[in-house]
Design a protein around this ligand. Structure first.
Ligand code: FES
Length: 138
């Protein structure tokens, strides 16, 4: 098992769905990135069809808000204290990519992410915004 690069950091929106629809990621207002199974703890709707509100991801179906620790936070007209948490995946944002560990947190050591010294260099290819500029001017 290995960390899987699933989305580019620069292009990742506040809410994104994985290509295989197994998980979604969102950016809470307080920062970072959270990866959750794309399955609402209430009735199983895809969380990726919801929206981000502050530090929560709100399901678009009945409005359950899941916090950045994957716990149900609130829902209109419902008590959410007994709702199970959403399944969260370990996630690292490094070298320009959002990387998800598809297994358990205990088995996801960050040191198992292969080091890429060139990607951390301030003059390396990841330092560029990759904007296109003409090679010949004048
Ligand atoms: S299925 Fe998500 S709130 Fe009901």
């Amino acid at each position: 098992m290995t960390w899987q690069a699933r989305a580019r950091s620069a292009t990742s929106r506040s809410l994104a769905r994985s290509p295989d629809s197994a998980w979604c990621s969102f950016r809470p207002a307080s920062g970072g990135v959270i990866a959750l199974e794309d399955f609402c703890p209430h009735r199983g709707a895809p969380l990726s069809l919801g929206f981000v509100r502050g530090d929560t991801l709100v399901c678009g179906y009945h409005g359950l808000a899941v916090d950045c620790r994957s716990r149900p936070d609130n829902m209109p007209g419902q008590q959410v204290g007994r709702f199970p948490p959403a399944h969260a995946f370990p996630v690292i944002e490094r070298y320009g990519f959002i990387r998800v560990w598809p297994g358990d947190l205990e088995q996801a050591p960050a040191d198992r992410l292969h080091p890429l010294p060139w990607a951390e260099s301030p003059t390396g290819p990841m330092a560029s915004d990759c904007s296109i500029s003409p090679a010949i001017t004048g």
